[in-house]
Design a protein around this ligand. Structure first.
Ligand code: ZN
Length: 130
């Protein structure tokens, strides 16, 4: 089973919680034990797992990423979004997750995030259940 999530980011840099969307796809698949591959086919966005309980964690991560990889720097890429390409490689574009008991095997505080680094834009996240 394969499904696409259509995501609309609203900021230049933004983390969007997609945990419930992915859990819903798993429920619809009826698979109780397996693998879930989450992938985003972009070079200026990413995916990661981090704390979902306290929204200030997400904010602090974005602040730190923007400090580590400034928007303006000694970049040559003519499109002007090199910072977004670099942030993409820091988080990567795919996640391999375990499905057990019909849901994602996640820690208590873990959430799945789509990471926008060059928004606002329309984006895709592809979810494959095996
Ligand atoms: Zn570019």
């Amino acid at each position: 089973m394969i499904k696409t999530l259509n995501i609309k980011s609203r900021a230049r840099t933004e983390f969007i919680d997609i945990t419930e969307d992915v859990q819903q796809i798993i429920r619809e698949s009826g698979i109780t034990s397996g693998m879930c591959i989450v992938y985003t086919p972009h070079t200026t966005a990413g995916l990661t797992i981090n704390e979902g309980a306290d929204p200030s964690v997400k904010r602090d991560i974005i602040t730190a990423l923007n400090k580590m990889v400034p928007f303006d720097g000694d970049y040559q890429h003519a499109e002007g979004n090199s910072a977004a390409h670099i942030k993409c490689l820091l988080t990567g574009v795919s996640l391999n997750l375990i499905i057990e008991g019909g849901k994602l095997e996640l820690g208590t505080w873990q959430s799945l995030y789509f990471c926008e680094y060059d928004g606002p834009r329309h984006r895709r996240v592809i979810v494959k259940i095996v």
